[in-house]
Design a protein around this ligand. Structure first.
Ligand code: PLP
Length: 395
């Protein structure tokens, strides 16, 4: 029996590959399969497809094609950006500033560098709104700071961070500094809806991932502004100017570029915001004491992260799943663990709100009918989850 169609409200975890992306990738598996480093005709055909993919992504980001490095995803892009800048620094233990709400791809990388004695790190806190304060970042800058890594939008609560403000600040500060401070932003969640032009942001490094933008999994890219001092973290061939050795994965790269070409941030934001706002307004009416987590205003238009009293998020997520609705609690990217979310904890939410949080992330395929189905069925399921939790506590 084919699986029942789930209503999918987990686009921050992954998105379906757009059929146009699948079609663009298809020839590069078995027909145009040459190694793009080979000089013969099949190799040159693959290299040409990669050149064209690189140009498309560069056009979207407002940079030059030579500034795009293909990776296996955003985890690798984040690792390369951070480790690469530290490795290229002439300082003994360069200083990095990041935030407490970064994705593990950034947080674990800087923690590893700290424990290896290769860098000093400051973690900017956030308030209950889930947004880093510009002044808090500014205050942490030291003479040895080489990198600020600040995500553009958070993957759990969708809050939008002041990346452009930091970029403008660094533009001014760097004029008088011998040691430039680079700005890295993980734009994985933002790229669907926000302006990711690297000139607008003043970013030096920017990470993106295929599977969050209706492209394939296992591919991503790092924008590296020309002139940024960065070293490869892998050893091998001379692909990607030596920054990322390894045979380029032509079909995935072509798919990533096709997905980027299909992005319409402004239009998609307007459409999804309408549905998300309707969902939120109705949920507020139907669920007593529903609490939105993080700033509602400074948030991606597809994200709703809320908590209900007396509910275990994990149990509620499974109950909704059984009723045909895929949502998430905490971050599905964080290894499927049921550890309390580091983001909600960092925001200082009370224990009940951390334990009872649910994330809904809408996407390109979300329909009004799906939103209405959720509104009709979820309130009763939430009440049942509250009953179950209450009875469990009584025993
Ligand atoms: N950064 C953010 C903000 C994410 O949401 C994710 C999602 O998993 C990643 C990085 C990792 O991306 P990838 O799955 O391409 O390694």
């Amino acid at each position: 029996m084919p699986p029942r169609k789930q209503i999918y409200f987990d686009c921050a975890a992954s998105t379906p590959v757009d059929p146009r992306v699948v079609a663009a990738m298809r020839p590069f598996f078995s027909v145009q399969f040459g190694n793009p480093s080979s000089l013969h005709t099949p190799g040159r055909a693959a290299a040409a497809a990669i050149d064209s993919a690189r140009a498309s992504i560069a056009q979207f980001l407002g940079c030059s094609a030579t500034e795009i490095v293909f990776t296996s995803g955003a985890t690798e892009a984040d690792n390369l950006a951070i480790r690469g800048v530290v490795a290229a620094s002439t300082l003994r233990r360069p200083h990095i500033i990041t935030s407490v709400i970064e994705h593990p791809a950034v947080l674990e990388t800087v923690r590893a560098l700290e424990s290896e004695g290769l860098a000093r790190v400051d973690y900017v806190p956030v308030g209950v709104d889930g947004v880093v304060k510009f002044e808090a970042v500014k205050k942490l800058i030291r003479p040895t700071t080489v990198l600020i890594s600040l995500m553009y939008a958070n993957n759990e609560v969708g809050t939008i961070q002041p990346v452009r403000d930091i970029g403008k600040l660094l533009e001014r500060l760097n004029r008088g500094r011998a040691q430039r401070i680079y700005l890295h932003t993980d734009a994985v969640q933002a790229i669907n809806y926000l302006n990711c032009d690297v000139g607008y942001l003043r970013a030096d490094l920017l990470s993106l991932s295929g599977h969050k933008i209706y492209g394939p999994k296992g591919v991503g890219a790092l924008f590296v502004r020309s002139g940024v001092k960065i070293k490869s973290v892998l050893h091998g061939g001379s692909q990607e100017g030596g920054l990322r050795p390894g045979t380029l994965n032509t079909p995935l790269i072509v798919g990533l570029a096709e997905a980027v070409k299909l992005l319409r941030p402004q239009r998609d934001a307007a459409v999804v915001r309408l549905l998300r706002d309707q969902l939120y307004q109705q949920l507020l009416k139907k669920i007593p004491k529903l609490q939105i987590n993080g700033s509602f205003e400074k948030r991606l238009p597809n994200n709703l992260n809320f908590s209900c009293t007396g509910v275990e998020g994990e149990r509620l997520m499974l109950m909704l799943d059984s009723a045909g609705m895929a949502v998430s609690t905490g971050s599905a990217c964080a290894s499927g663990s049921i550890e309390p979310s580091h983001v909600l904890l960092a925001m200082g939410l009370p224990a009940w709100a951390v334990a009872g949080s649910i994330r809904l992330t809408l996407g390109r395929g979300t329909t009004a009918a799906e939103v209405n189905y959720f509104l009709r069925s979820a309130p009763a399921i939430i009440r049942r989850a509250q009953d179950v939790a209450w009875r469990a506590r009584e025993h």
